[in-house]
Ligand binder design. Structure first.
Ligand SMILES: Cc1cc2nc3c(=O)[nH]c(=O)nc-3n(C[C@H](O)[C@H](O)[C@H](O)COP(=O)(O)OP(=O)(O)OC[C@H]3O[C@@H](n4cnc5c(N)ncnc54)[C@H](O)[C@@H]3O)c2cc1C
Ligand code: FES
Length: 275
């Protein structure tokens, strides 16, 4: 089955200033998509800009065959994307990349997001809810207005703790500080290696590079396995151009380069070289 599809825009609306949600009719994507995967999207109606832009799959509705994207207008490509109207056609390639590992169900699941990083994690949380798994979600945003999908996540049955940089909602500070405070103040059972019969903990994250690096340190200290979704500028999106290479540690103390578009975007935080 081809990965390239012309998908019809069902709706493309601004959810908060500078952030849009686009729903596309793409049953071939919804059938195959896994949380953490992305689409490579042609943003304009011509070949300018030439390169497609990677956007995570934010949600799928397998009943209607619709896939949703949640995106921030960052530059020319995403500005053009925001100009699409219902009924327009958008060329997409995907689903692409390696997504999050779905937990077994006996693990305590923690999700940490920063800003638009909530986009792929919402799909993951949708999938968990379908499996009857409740997660504890730590969501960071710049301001209270920029907390995306907080209510929808609660409606899925997950617990949500919010941090804002300007203190206009809930915890005033970074989401990683909020998360570490939670670890210190709860009866949280440390992860593997801490003893027998403990609940296994697993964490999943997406957000800015600095946030993921800090989270990687915290989870390593607490012995909690952590999967992170990385963002890199992409050319081809399918492993051919090497523009998205990221340094990954090998077991013997060395390092290799992996392609974020194929071997990622999801990696174990401990294998990423956070320089
Ligand atoms: C796997 C993956 C999934 C992504 N998912 C989403 C998503 O769900 N929603 C969303 O809003 N964005 C997502 N992004 C980021 C998105 O691809 C970029 O914002 C977009 O490519 C910018 O294109 P542009 O033409 O609008 O901006 P450009 O003019 O190309 O760039 C504008 C600004 O955005 C920065 N930028 C460009 N590309 C990236 C990138 N890949 N990562 C980080 N910063 C970038 C540039 O450095 C510049 O400051 C994802 C990126 C990757 C790699
Ligand atoms: S974007 Fe071309 S190899 Fe990843």
């Amino acid at each position: 089955m081809s990965l390239v599809t012309d998908a019809k825009v069902i709706q493309n609306k601004q959810v908060i200033p500078g952030y849009y949600r686009m729903d596309l009719a793409a049953p071939s994507v919804t059938e195959r998509a896994r949380p953490g995967q992305f689409l490579h999207v042609r943003c304009g109606s011509t070949h300018d800009p030439l390169l497609r832009r990677p956007i995570s799959i934010n949600a799928v509705d397998r009943r209607t065959g619709e896939v949703s994207l949640l995106y921030r207008v960052a530059g020319r490509g995403t500005s053009l994307l925001a100009g699409h109207r219902s009924g327009d056609m958008v060329s997409i390639v995907g689903p692409l990349g390696r997504g999050f590992t779905i937990p077994e169900g006996n693990e305590k699941v923690i999700v940490v997001s920063g800003g638009i990083g909530i986009a792929p994690l919402y799909f993951f949380l949708q999938e968990l809810a379908g499996l009857g798994i409740k997660a504890t979600v730590f969501q960071g945003a710049a301001t209270s207005q920029q907390v995306l999908l907080g209510n929808e996540i609660k409606e899925l049955g997950h617990s949500v703790f919010i941090a804002t940089d300007d203190g206009t909602r809930d915890f005033h500070g970074s989401v990683t500080t909020l998360f570490e405070n939670y670890l210190q103040n709860s009866d949280f059972a440390p992860g593997p290696g801490a003893g027998e019969n403990l609940i296994m903990n697993k964490s999943y994250a997406c957000g800015p590079h600095g946030m993921l690096r800090k989270l990687s340190e915290i989870t390593a200290r607490w012995g909690i396995p952590c999967e992170v979704s990385l963002e890199e500028r992409m050319g081809c999106g399918v492993g051919a151009c090497l523009s998205c290479a990221c340094k990954v540690k090998t077991g013997d103390g060395g390092s290799v380069y992996h392609r974020v578009c194929v071997e990622g975007p999801v990696f174990q935080s401990g294998e990423v070289s956070w320089e």
